[in-house]
Write a protein that binds this ligand. Structure first.
Ligand SMILES: Nc1ncnc2c1ncn2[C@@H]1O[C@H](COP(=O)(O)OP(=O)(O)OP(=O)(O)O)[C@@H](O)[C@H]1O
Length: 657
C-alpha cells in the first residue's frame, strides 16, 4: 500500500500553492457548506490541542484551524494548507487511508507509516457527493498522540453527516429551482421545446415540443441527440466562466435548430441550464424576444439584462437601473415587478426630477389632516404608502435635491414613513427600484449625491445598454412598433424603404434610444404612404441621414422616389419594403406634398382652417411625431388630438391610402 514511500520521511510534500488554493476555495461548494460546520468543530476541540482540517479528494489540505502552539508543531511535518496527505505521498495516515478505504478511520501514533508522523493521532471521515456517492472531501481532526480522546472519530463522523445533509438540502433546493424555472419556461415560451439540465448537463426534464422538434429536425430522440460531446461543446462554449447567470443563443446548423441557453442559479451558484429549442428559420420567435415584461430584444446584451432582472425579481433587494434616457429603464422596472411575488400589489412610479422641491416630502411621505394651508381635511397617503405590498419606482433619482436625500435614506433604513404634520410612524413594505441616466459615482465625488443613499439603492445595479450597442435588436423593435402602430391607427402595417431601414439599423446612433425610435416611427407612420421613405421622417433624422451619406435626399415637399409601378406596398409582416419597389433614386415631380395642407381636407370640418392644420402639422414635426407630447403642448387629451387629426384628414388619409 505504501509503495515507493520512504518510511524515514519526516514531512510530506506541499503541492498546492496559495493562489491555487484561493481559486479552489472561491468556487468550492464543499468548502462553502463545510465552513460553518468546521468552525463549530474547531470550537468544540478548542483547548484540547487538536487541529481541524478539510481536505480535497486527493488528500490536499484546504482548510486548517486549531491551537496556535500545536499548529507550529504540526508545521514540522508539513501539516499545512496545500500539503499532500495522500498515502502515495506519506503512507498510512488517517486522511490518505480514509480516501483509500472510503470509511471513517483513526490512525494512532506508530500506526502511521512514516516516522515523522508517529507523534500524532488523527481521525478522518469521508464526505460523499449526494448523487454520485463519490468521495468529494475528507474531514480530519489531528492531535499529539498523548492527547488522544476516545470520542474524536465519532465527532468527525457526525460533522461529515452534518455537511452531507447541508449538501442534500442544497441539491434539493437547486432541483426545486430548476424545476420551477422549467415550468415557467414551458408556460412562457409556448410552442418551443424546453429542456432542463442539471449542472453536470444531465437532462432532468424535457417537454413534448422539444422531443418533436428534435425528431423532425435532427431525426433523433432527445437521449440520442444529447449523447454527443460536440453538441455539449457547441452549446456551452459560450457560457460565462464566472458562473454569472446569463442567456445566449446558439445555432446548431447540423441539427437545423436554434437553442437559447439560460443558466439557472440558486443561492449564488450555477445549478443547471434551460434550453429553449426552436427550428431554424421558424418565424416564431423563441420566447425571450417578447416574453419578459414586454421587453423586445434578442441581443446577448439585452438577454443578459433580462436574465439578471428575472433573478432579482424573485428577491426583495433594492435595484438600481442605469442607462441612457429612453433605453427602457421603466419598462424593466415594471418587468421586475411583474415577474416577482409582488405582482399583485401596486407599481407606483415617481419621477423625482419632475416633482417640485417643496412638494417632494408631501408627495412621497403624505401628510396628516390639515397639515398645512390648503391640505385636504382627511390627509393624504404618500407614494411610499401607495406602494404598500408592491413596488415603488424612483425614476430620475439623480435629480433628487441633496437636502431631501437624507429623508429618503431614513425611510429606506427605518422602513417606515411619518406623514407631514404627524408624529405617527407608518410601516412601509415596498420594494424599491431606482433609476437614473446620470453617473451617480461622479455626483458623489462632486458632493451632489449621498454615498450612503447610493449604497442603499444599489445593492444590485443593472445597466441597460444603449440601442446603438445592440443594433441586432433594432429590426425586432421596428417590427414590434410598426405592429402596434398599425393596430392603433387601423392601417395596414407599413414597410420601410431599404435605404431608410439600413440607416435605422446600421448607421443612426439613436441618442434617444428606443423612445426616439418609437417617436420616429410614430411620426413616419402618420405621414407615410404605406412605405416609410426619407421624407416621412422627422427633420432631425432626415438631416442626420443627409449628413450621413452623400445620397440626395428627397426635399421636404418632394414626391416619393419613383420607380416602375410605384406602388410601394409593405409586404406581409416584413419590415422592409421590397427593394424592387422603392429604390432610392432621383427625385421626380412633386404633385402633392404629404406635409403640406391638402386642400381637399384642410377645411373639411367646420372650425378647421388650413392654418390650424398647418400649425398642427408643424407641431407634430417639432415633437418628432410624439402624439403624447403634442397633446401635452396643446394642453388637450390624446383622444382630442386624435379627433383633431381626423378632422384635418391626417388620420383619414392614412386610412384611405
Ligand atoms: N426593449 C424594449 N422593448 C420594447 N419597448 C421598449 C424597449 N425599451 C424601451 N421601450 C419603450 O421605449 C420607451 C422609453 O422607455 P422607458 O420610459 O422605459 O425608458 P427610460 O430609460 O425609463 O427613459 P427615461 O430615463 O427618459 O425615463 C417606452 O415607450 C418603452 O415602452
Amino acid at each position: 500500500m505504501q509503495s515507493g514511500v520512504d518510511p524515514r520521511r519526516k514531512a510530506t510534500d506541499i503541492s498546492l500553492k496559495e493562489d491555487q488554493i484561493k481559486d479552489i476555495l472561491q468556487y468550492s461548494q464543499l468548502y462553502e457548506l463545510s465552513f460553518p460546520v468546521l468552525q463549530d468543530l474547531s470550537l468544540q476541540v478548542k483547548e484540547t490541542g487538536y487541529l481541524v482540517t478539510l481536505c480535497d479528494p486527493k488528500g490536499h489540505i484546504l482548510f486548517l484551524d486549531g491551537d496556535h502552539q500545536v499548529l507550529k508543531k504540526a508545521e514540522r511535518m508539513n501539516f499545512v494548507v496545500g500539503a499532500d496527505w495522500s498515502e502515495q505521498s506519506i503512507g498510512t495516515n488517517a486522511i490518505g487511508t480514509c480516501l483509500e478505504v472510503g470509511q471513517p478511520v483513526q490512525i494512532f501514533a506508530a500506526e502511521h507509516f512514516c516516522v515523522g508522523v508517529q507523534d500524532w493521532t488523527c481521525s478522518s471521515a469521508p464526505i460523499r457527493d449526494p448523487i454520485s456517492r463519490e468521495i468529494i472531501g475528507v474531514v480530519d481532526v489531528t492531535g499529539l498522540w498523548r492527547d488522544i480522546q476516545p470520542h474524536t472519530l465519532s465527532m468527525v463522523t457526525m460533522a461529515c453527516g452534518t455537511i452531507q445533509s447541508r449538501m442534500n438540502q442544497q441539491i434539493a433546493g437547486a432541483r426545486f429551482e430548476l424545476s420551477e424555472r422549467y415550468q415557467r419556461a414551458h408556460q412562457r415560451y409556448p410552442g418551443n421545446g424546453v429542456m432542463a439540465l442539471d449542472a453536470a448537463f444531465h437532462p432532468v426534464a424535457v417537454n413534448e415540443e422539444a422531443r418533436q422538434i428534435l425528431r423532425r429536425h435532427s431525426g433523433r430522440e432527445v437521449e440520442q441527440w444529447w449523447d454527443n460531446e460536440r453538441i455539449h461543446a457547441a452549446l456551452f462554449a459560450a457560457r460565462s466562466p464566472s458562473g454569472d447567470e446569463g442567456m445566449y443563443e446558439v445555432t446548431l446548423e447540423e441539427c437545423g435548430i436554434r437553442v437559447v441557453v439560460e443558466e439557472v442559479q440558486w443561492s449564488g451558484r450555477r445549478v443547471g441550464y434551460l434550453l429553449i429549442l426552436r427550428p431554424m428559420g421558424s418565424q416564431k420567435a423563441a420566447g425571450p424576444t417578447v416574453a419578459w415584461g414586454g421587453v423586445i430584444g434578442r441581443s446577448p446584451e439585452i438577454l443578459s439584462v433580462i436574465s439578471r432582472c428575472d433573478v432579482v425579481a424573485h428577491t426583495d433587494v433594492p435595484v438600481l437601473l442605469l442607462g441612457e434616457s429612453g433605453t427602457g429603464k421603466e419598462l424593466f422596472a415594471r418587468g421586475i415587478h411583474q415577474a416577482g411575488p409582488r405582482r399583485n400589489g401596486p407599481f407606483i412610479a415617481v419621477n423625482c426630477g419632475a416633482l417640485q422641491k417643496d412638494l417632494l416630502a408631501s408627495e412621497l411621505f403624505g401628510y396628516a389632516p390639515g397639515a398645512f394651508t390648503g391640505a385636504s381635511k382627511t390627509g393624504k397617503p404618500g407614494k411610499f404608502e401607495e406602494a404598500q405590498n408592491g413596488t415603488l419606482f424612483l425614476d430620475e433619482i439623480g435629480e433628487m435635491p441633496p437636502e431631501f436625500q437624507v429623508h429618503l435614506l431614513r425611510v429606506l433604513q427605518e422602513r417606515e414613513v411619518v406623514r407631514l404634520g404627524s408624529s405617527q410612524p407608518i410601516p412601509v413594505n415596498a420594494r424599491i427600484i431606482a433609476a437614473t441616466h446620470r453617473n451617480l459615482e461622479e455626483m458623489i465625488r462632486r458632493g451632489e449625491f449621498r454615498e450612503d443613499l447610493y449604497f442603499r439603492l444599489h445593492v444590485v445595479s443593472l445597466t441597460i445598454p444603449p440601442l446603438r450597442d445592440r443594433r441586432g435588436d433594432i429590426p425586432l423593435l421596428i417590427d414590434h412598433i410598426l405592429d402596434q402602430l398599425s393596430k392603433r391607427y387601423h392601417i395596414p402595417r407599413p414597410g420601410l424603404e431599404p435605404d431608410v431601414f439600413d440607416f435605422f439599423a446600421h448607421r443612426y446612433p439613436w441618442p434617444g434610444n428606443v423612445r426616439e425610435l418609437k417617436h420616429a416611427l410614430e411620426y413616419a407612420v402618420l405621414f407615410c404612404n404605406r412605405v416609410i421613405t426619407w421624407r416621412d421622417l422627422p427633420e432631425t433624422l432626415r438631416k442626420a441621414g443627409l449628413g450621413d451619406s452623400d445620397r440626395p435626399l428627397a426635399p421636404k415637399n418632394a414626391d416619393p422616389p419613383v420607380t416602375s409601378g410605384d406602388h410601394r406596398l409593405a409586404v406581409g409582416r416584413s419590415t422592409l419594403a421590397s427593394p424592387r419597389q422603392s429604390l432610392p433614386g432621383p427625385v421626380k415631380s412633386a404633385p402633392v406634398s404629404r406635409l403640406e395642407p391638402d386642400p381637399d381636407v384642410a377645411n373639411a370640418e367646420p372650425g378647421g382652417t388650413g392654418a390650424d392644420r398647418e400649425q398642427l402639422l408643424q407641431l407634430l414635426e417639432e415633437v418628432g411625431g410624439n402624439l403624447s407630447e403634442a397633446a401635452r403642448r396643446l394642453r388637450i387629451a390624446r383622444t382630442t388630438l386624435y379627433r383633431r387629426l381626423d378632422r384635418y384628414g391626417i388620420r383619414k388619409r392614412l386610412k384611405i391610402e
